[in-house]
Design a protein around this ligand. Structure first.
Ligand code: ASP
Length: 342
């Protein structure tokens, strides 16, 4: 055997050894919705996101998978009235909760549900679609039937309707009626762009990378306050609200869903990263482009496969928080970051 072959063999052994013991630094990044978040709702959202990150990161720290962390983090916010997901979801024009959710893994496995009713954790149902069926998405009655077949617990009809969601719908209907009187326009079937919509903030999402370098993304929402019955949100659309590709990264978005869907926002961000942009630059470029062209705002959280974090929003605010090592960073503005050691 020549000396070059021996050197090459030794090199291969060393590389093999180092990759097998090498572990990735885990990161969990969550958002709690984009929009005109009123000052009085900031503290509850910050507290809810902090709890979500602590719970989800604990999973990663214990060696758990990225998808387990994403699901755990989102479930915390689905239980919290401060967010537009699970309990506390905004209401459709009939005053009912209809929810959407999606999960995706780095190997492109995905599952989504839309227009589901009376279950506490749509994110877990989306995961069941991914893990237990050959399909990627269930909607309406079929989604609820699948939940029943899987033994997902149901809550009493109406019990996901929170007092603040009721107030938000009333306020929105009043604002829309006043706007129509002032402008002389006829009643639209769904929410009008120019009408202030108080409940419109608080969709939740999470992206994570675990110690084995596996990635996952998930998003869950009650949709838009005052939406038409049966409306499907971007959140449940793979490529709009959620995308994950282990060769590139993971994204969860929030904001005006009918616009995010047209821009295929999450997938657009991943594509720009694939072509060399950083997580932050891809997020800012895609969001600015979408808002300039379609005149509605949104936000995104992004994690690259190398562990770079991207956070960007064209709305006034977006709630976000992430943990890396023993530090949690969080905020609702571009310029004010709170850092805490845990
Ligand atoms: N994207 C969600 C929807 O339009 C709402 C949100 O993110 O706040 O249903």
């Amino acid at each position: 055997m020549c000396i070059e072959s021996i050197v090459l063999m030794l090199l291969a052994c060393t590389v093999g050894m180092s990759t097998s013991v090498m572990k990735t630094e885990p990161i969990l990044l969550v958002h709690g919705g984009a929009g005109d978040i009123p000052d009085e709702r900031v503290p509850t959202k910050m507290a809810g996101m902090r709890k979500s990150v602590l719970v989800g990161f604990q999973v990663l720290k214990a060696g758990g998978s990225a998808i387990d962390a994403v699901e755990a983090a989102i479930k915390v916010m689905e239980d919290d009235e401060a967010f537009n997901a699970g309990y506390g979801s905004v209401l459709n024009t009939d005053g009912e909760v209809e929810m959407d959710a999606c999960v995706m893994l780095g190997n492109l496995s995905a599952g989504a549900v839309s227009i589901v009713r009376d279950i506490q954790h749509p994110i877990s149902l989306a995961r069941l679609v991914m893990e237990k069926t050959p399909h990627v998405m269930f909607a309406g009655a079929g989604a609820n039937r699948f939940a029943r077949e899987q033994g997902v617990p149901f809550v009493a009809p109406g019990s996901l309707v929170s007092e603040s969601a009721k107030r938000s719908l009333e306020m929105f209907k009043k604002n829309q009626a006043e706007h129509l009187t002032e402008t002389g326009h006829t009643k639209p079937p769904g929410p009008l762009k120019d009408v202030k919509n108080p409940g419109d903030v608080g969709t939740v999402g999470a992206v994570a990378i675990d110690i084995n370098g596996n990635m996952a993304a998930g998003t869950s929402t009650g949709g838009l306050n005052g939406k038409m019955v049966g409306r499907v949100s971007d959140t449940s659309m793979i490529g709009s609200g959620t995308y994950c590709d282990e060769d590139v990264g993971a994204v969860s978005t929030t904001g005006h869903g009918d616009t995010i869907a047209k821009a295929c926002l999450a997938h657009s961000i991943i594509k720009e990263m694939e072509h060399g942009k950083s997580a932050q630059d891809a997020a800012s470029h895609c969001l600015e482009k979408m808002t300039n062209r379609l005149k509605h705002t949104a936000g995104a959280i992004v994690l690259s496969k190398e562990g770079d974090v991207g956070i960007y929003f064209t709305s006034k605010r977006m709630g976000w928080a992430y943990q890396k090592g023993n530090k949690i960073h969080s905020g609702v503005n571009h310029d004010h970051v709170v850092t805490e050691e845990v």
